[in-house]
Design a protein around this ligand. Structure first.
Ligand SMILES: [Zn+2]
Length: 125
C-alpha cells in the first residue's frame, strides 16, 4: 500500500522551508502525487521529506522526490513490485515445497504461474 495522499500533501507543505520552493498549488499537487505513489508507506514519505530538508542544498524537484522515495522503498523497486502477492502458496515463485520420500523438494504450484511452469511455457520473471 503506497503512502496516503493526504499525508503526502502535508509533507510537501514542509518543503516550503526552502524559500524558493513553489507556492503553486498545482505543482505542489504533482509533488504530493509522486511522493504518495513512489513511497511504500507514510513512514517512507516522511523520511523522504526529512532527508530533503536536512541534506538537500538546492530546491528539491519532483525527480528528487521520486529518486529518494525509490531508494527508501527497496521493495517497490520494480514497476509491478507493489502488486499484491497473487498466490499465497508459492508467493508467486511458481514452485511450492513438497516432501517426497522424506526429502524436501519443490514442484510447480497449482496456481496460474505454477501451471505455466509445469507446461514449460515461457514465464516472465
Ligand atoms: Zn502458486
Amino acid at each position: 500500500m503506497p503512502a496516503d495522499l493526504e499525508f503526502c500533501d502535508e509533507q510537501v507543505l514542509r518543503l516550503r522551508a526552502f524559500t524558493a520552493f513553489t507556492r503553486d498549488q498545482a505543482v505542489m499537487r504533482e509533488f504530493a502525487d509522486s511522493l504518495a505513489s513512489k513511497s511504500a508507506s507514510n513512514t517512507v514519505a516522511r523520511k523522504v521529506i526529512d532527508d530533503l530538508l536536512e541534506y538537500s542544498v538546492s530546491v528539491p524537484t519532483v525527480a528528487d522526490i521520486v529518486r529518494m522515495a525509490r531508494q527508501a522503498s527497496p521493495d517497490m523497486a520494480g514497476p509491478d513490485a507493489a502488486a499484491p502477492v497473487k498466490c499465497t502458496v508459492c508467493l508467486d515463485d511458481g514452485y511450492m515445497p513438497v516432501t517426497r520420500g522424506g526429502y524436501e523438494c519443490s514442484e510447480p504450484c497449482q496456481c496460474e504461474l505454477g501451471r505455466k511452469i509445469a507446461k514449460g511455457a515461457p514465464v516472465e520473471v
